[in-house]
Design a protein around this ligand. Sequence first.
Ligand code: A3P
Length: 320
Amino acid sequence: MEQPNSGSPSETHIDDLVSKLPVREGMVLYKSYWLWPQTAKRVMLLQDMFKARDDDVILATNPKCGTTWLKALAFTITTRSSYDLHNHPLLTLHPQEVVPFLEIPANEDLTYVETLASPRLLATHVPMSLLPESIANHGCVRIVYICREPKDAFVSLWHFWNRVHGGRGADLDLDTAFNRFCEGALPYGPFWNHCLEYWKESIARPDRVLFLKYEDMMSDPVGCVKKLALFLGVPFTDREEEGGVVEQVVRLCSFEMLSGLEANKTGNLKVRARPNVVYEKAAFFRRGKVGDWVNHMSEEMGTKLDSIMEEKLKGSGLVL
Ligand code: A3P
């Protein structure tokens, strides 16, 4: 685990708070969410440090629900006046490199987000209720949330976990991983509370939170990309639509295109805040399919997770 940046009183105090939280499988339970201790610490630090700006855009996701895809799309849409789509940064940079995470900075200094030019595009896995108050109370900050069918999200997470941590002797068999998922004991879990909080905010404040589903983006990428651009305040013009720009954005950010690029096939992401963990760039592109769970989970497991989700989402209007 990384060391604190300094011995400032607030950091010492936060370390102390984190050390007293309930622990399970290396995670701590902070305000009903399971987080890695270093994430819990960053969440607490961000509360104090992060200052939202009017034009900030936050891309929020549960892990393995389409973060990489959403980063690519939001980046391409919002910067399209600056970059030629045929000679684009995403042809040489991984989508994870063009949009930084709020709580998983590439360097150890959390103040780096202050140095980014406006308008900032930031990603996060932090649940709505744990976001810095500066974001939560800010009337202008826009949040895009992408959610995914939980069985597919679980299978994707299980593969990713074993790819990243397996080599370090921390392999998880499917049954163990599944039981933890069903108990909500996964990083940023429970999965359902994460979705529900953003869902409720998207209903209460649709101008502020756009709630997307991975499956809808797969079935109607053009429609979803137009919706995303509109929400981000940069709708496609008639001329762009007639010129096929929306389709070009969809193609550039597609699984087929991104997973085939040399920039995304080789090498590792630099996450200096997590020096012991190797994040292969290629690990963020596995199958990119809807319904892949049937190739890994039994029907019984599927039914069990469906009924948990049904019960947890009951009455919310959210169906996954
Ligand atoms: P699978 O493991 O099911 O293939 P995240 O980006 O949140 O880590 O999510 C990773 C999941 O999104 C993986 O799912 C990955 O293959 C898929 N993915 C990555 N890029 C994608 C893209 N451009 N289009 C669709 N799916 C994508």
